[in-house]
Design a protein around this ligand. Structure first.
Ligand code: G3I
Length: 320
């Protein structure tokens, strides 16, 4: 059994990975991405974000996003589409604009309607709103919240639902993988949308964890169940588990345990549909540049060699 195959046998919909066009010329990586039934789903790391799709007002550029969508089709992989509204990778014409509530609503609706319509039928799910919350559970003071308050979240989900009624619409965040104020606030977003009869289908837990700092199975399951009790599905959407370098055998062993823990938590949660790693190969990881002195967070090393963590996930799915 391989990761995606074993995940399906165990009852999940998919096991997948983030990927980007920077790896298109890398034969070993591409073989691992499409071979062996390890990855049944992909997510574009950057190319469906606002700065890539609409870099200037009403100038849309789908080439990079299409390349990932086409790869999913060619490889027979599900596509998670990421993301429509986020405070990062947001062009300055949006973040620095001088908006009224009406003018920013029009911009949001135009962006979402145009992008979701373009990818209609391709996306298993859309991350509609990404990282709206601060760690203390308040809303981030980005241009959307400052101009529209919580209404921007309703506007975003409504526009996405109208443009592709078949795509699952997700709220996606980090630091929400365990009970606490941020998780409670994310549940508040689900409740707010449900109370307004606005479509939300899922909540994504990014799960950018650290070796030894990964929440236990029970903690993750309890937390995810608080969301599924509200009538949404859940998924692990950006899993990686970084360590302080240099890598040691002891750290790799703990990392294996931590990956196994997270896969087991999804499996043990009814309506946790799948897991996505935020790339499977250390060569293309975002971790080292963002958290200097840490790294080695992925299932395979930069030579596409499986680390113990790979077998930890497989054990969670197969029991052996
Ligand atoms: O495209 C430019 C290129 O033109 C320029 O020459 C180069 C020089 O720095 O930068 C390139 O942009 C980079 C972009 O990735 C594409 O490679 C940005 O600097 C870099 O900041 C950006 O990083 C991405 C990061 O989001 C931005 O916050 C990572 O690749 C991407 O993996 C990461 O993904 C996020 C999820 O979307 C949301 N959750 C957290 C996760 C990790 O940060």
């Amino acid at each position: 059994a391989q990761l995606h195959g074993a995940a399906k046998t165990a009852g999940l919909l998919y096991f997948g990975t983030e990927t980007e066009s920077v790896s298109f010329g890398d034969a070993a990586y591409q073989a691992a991405l499409k071979g062996n039934n390890d990855f049944g789903q992909i997510t574009p790391g950057n190319s469906m974000k606002w700065d890539s799709i609409q870099p200037a007002p009403n100038t849309f550029s789908f080439t990079a996003g299409d390349a990932i969508a086409n790869l999913a089709t060619a490889n027979n992989q599900l596509l998670r589409c990421h993301n429509l509204v986020w405070h990062q990778q947001l062009p300055a014409w949006v973040s620095g604009g001088n908006w009224t509530a009406a003018s920013l609503t029009a911009v949001l609706q135009n962006h979402i309607t145009t992008e979701v319509t373009h990818y209609k039928g391709n996306c298993y799910a859309w991350d509609v709103v990404n990282e709206a919350l601060n760690d203390n559970g308040t809303f981030r003071n980005d241009v959307f919240f400052n101009t529209l308050g919580m209404e921007y979240i309703k506007i975003a989900f409504q526009a996405a639902a109208a443009a592709d009624p078949a795509a699952k619409l997700y709220y996606n965040d980090f630091g929400t993988e365990f009970p606490g104020v941020k998780s409670t606030a994310a549940q508040g977003i689900v409740k707010m949308l449900k109370a307004a009869s606005i479509k939300i289908d899922g909540v994504g837990f990014q799960a950018h964890f650290t070796v030894g700092g990964t929440p236990s199975v029970a903690t993750q399951v309890t937390n995810m169940q608080a969301f599924t009790a509200l009538g949404v599905e859940v998924a692990i959407t950006e899993l990686d588990i970084r360590m302080t370098l240099p890598q040691t055998d002891a750290l790799l062993a703990q990392q294996k345990t931590d990956y196994q823990t997270t896969a087991a938590a999804c499996l043990a949660t009814k309506n946790c549909v799948g897991l996505t790693v935020w790339d499977f190969d250390d060569k293309y990881s975002w971790i080292e540049s963002t958290f200097p002195g840490t790294g080695s967070g992925d299932l395979m090393d930069a030579t596409v060699t499986k680390k113990p963590a790979y077998f930890g996930v497989l054990q969670a799915f197969t029991g052996k």
